[in-house]
Design a binder for this molecule. Sequence first.
Ligand code: FPP
Length: 258
Amino acid sequence: MLNKLNPWKKDPSPSDFQERLLKIKEHQVPAHIAIIMDGNGRWASKRALPRVAGHHEGMKVVRKITKLANELGIKTLTVYAFSTENWKRPKLEVDFLMKLPEEFLGTFLPELVEENVRVEMIGYMDKLPEHTRKAVEKAMDDTKDNTGLVLNFALNYGSRAEILDGVKRVIEDVRTGKISEDDLTEDAFSSYLMTREMNDPDLLIRTSGEIRLSNFMLWQLAYTEFWFTDVLWPDFNEEHLIEAIEAFQGRQRRFGGV
Ligand code: FPP
């Protein structure tokens, strides 16, 4: 059967999961995976549940995928948990989404600490409700010395705003002589973005069949490999992550060269 969104790639036969895992580890795994976790609302609607039930189920998937990504030696996992545009959603849904980081970290932080995972965040933290901000800050602080996977939450994140803010700070730094126009290389500009501490994603995954970027890491995704799936985020599992990494390992990255 042909995969609808990746027609060049046949759906994998259901071979043994462990075998595929070992095979993946023999090759280079993507150092940074970014995920647009889409389809929570549709997952819930299909089950006649409120949309927030989909978000709650989606939260548990983040835990599963973090664990496997860490085991695979992936360095950074960025998950798009809330965009600067998501404030337009009904208040009940926004309030629920703002409570999820607390619930996630309240439940799983001890395990993340145990597994040497470091929690990070990109996004406009100062505009988050205090309870959300405090939960994320505590997790970042409790895990700051960990050296395993970086679990990076994009929370109240918007890429255009991020780039525009970067440009404004560059203008200020040129004005005050901190940087000259000639020194403003792509690398130098990257250091004005929220992702300044991390490499660009190697692999972007978007679930639920939507094929767009939704204002996510527009600068950082310039040379990233994209992988789309019809699977709704709450249904996404370890096997899907393996499938995405297998697809990535089959790609030839040329970064504009030949
Ligand atoms: C998009 O699906 C999803 C979101 C806007 C929220 C993503 C949040 C999670 C998966 C929870 C994880 C959070 C933490 C803190 C671990 P949608 O609601 O737009 O789905 P739809 O397109 O089917 O309506």
